[in-house]
Structure formats: structure tokens, C-alpha cells
Design a protein around this ligand. Structure first.
Ligand code: RB5
Length: 143
């Protein structure tokens, strides 16, 4: 699986932690920035990551900002993106099983890094259940 990953300054440290975890897992990724903690605008990075996933250049995406909120809003404005902001392993599991989320958003200032890595693992390792959930994700994709 090839992932796209991006953050603003508020999510930069968590993005770097996630990258190290992905390397340890042997998951390939493309890092779309930001590259330091200088203040930047989260819509730019959410959009870049979402467009990469929507174009099929990466299978899934992970985005981080301070809370995960702003960057998930940005990602979800791109057609074909279903980005779940998760603060627990259960949410990450369910957003894959039920929403077929193709992007995960995390808060670098609000989620403990160790928990964030467990959330990433659940996001990567959980399959979509299909069935009645497919009808609903199709409705999302038509909006
Ligand atoms: C940046 O200070 C902060 O607003 C941003 O990282 C994010 O939390 C927005 O939702």
C-alpha cells in the first residue's frame, strides 16, 4: 500500500512520528509536507493530500493538524474523499468498516502519540465491510 501523508505545523511532530512507524511497518508513503513547525495553512496540506488520494496516486492518506478538525474539513471537500477524524482505535476501526474511509485525520495537540500510532494501525489493517455500508458510501460519493 502507498500512503500519502501531510500536516500543518500543529501536526508536524505527529506526522514525523507516524512516518517512523510506517518505516518500521514497511509501509511506503509520500510526504506532502509541511517540513517544519513554521506556521502554515492547514487547507493547503489537507487539499494536497486529498487530491493525491482522489487521483489514485496513493491508496489512502493520513493528515494531521493541531486538532485534526481543520485538515479533515479540507480533505472532505475533495470529491471522492472520505476522511475520518479519529480519537480512538474503535473510531478508526469503524471508519474503515462502515465509512470505507480513504483518509485518516489526527490531532497532534489532542491525541497522545502512542494512541495515534494504534489508531494508524487500525486504519491500515481494517477492511471495509461493504453490504449496506456500500449503499451509504455511494450516497456520500454522489454528493
Ligand atoms: C493551527 O494553529 C491550528 O488551528 C490547526 O493546526 C488546526 O488545529 C485547525 O483545525
Amino acid at each position: 500500500m502507498l500512503l500519502a501523508i501531510a500536516s500543518d505545523h500543529g501536526g508536524y511532530e505527529l506526522k514525523e512520528t507516524i512516518k517512523e512507524h510506517l518505516r518500521e511497518r514497511g509501509v511506503k508513503f509520500v510526504d506532502l509536507g509541511t517540513n517544519n513547525t513554521d506556521s502554515v495553512d492547514y487547507p493547503v496540506y489537507g487539499k494536497a493530500c486529498a487530491e493525491t488520494v482522489a487521483a489514485g496516486k496513493a491508496e489512502r492518506g493520513i493528515v494531521c493538524c493541531g486538532t485534526g478538525i481543520g485538515i479533515s474539513i479540507a480533505a472532505n471537500k475533495v470529491k471522492g474523499i472520505r476522511c475520518g477524524l479519529c480519537t480512538s482505535v474503535e473510531m478508526a476501526t469503524l471508519t474503515r468498516q462502515h465509512n470505507n474511509a480513504n483518509m485518516l485525520a489526527l490531532g497532534g495537540r489532542t491525541t497522545d502519540p502512542k494512541l495515534a500510532l494504534e489508531i494508524v494501525d487500525a486504519f491500515l489493517d481494517t477492511e471495509f465491510e461493504g453490504g449496506r455500508h456500500k449503499r451509504r458510501t455511494d450516497m456520500l460519493d454522489e454528493m
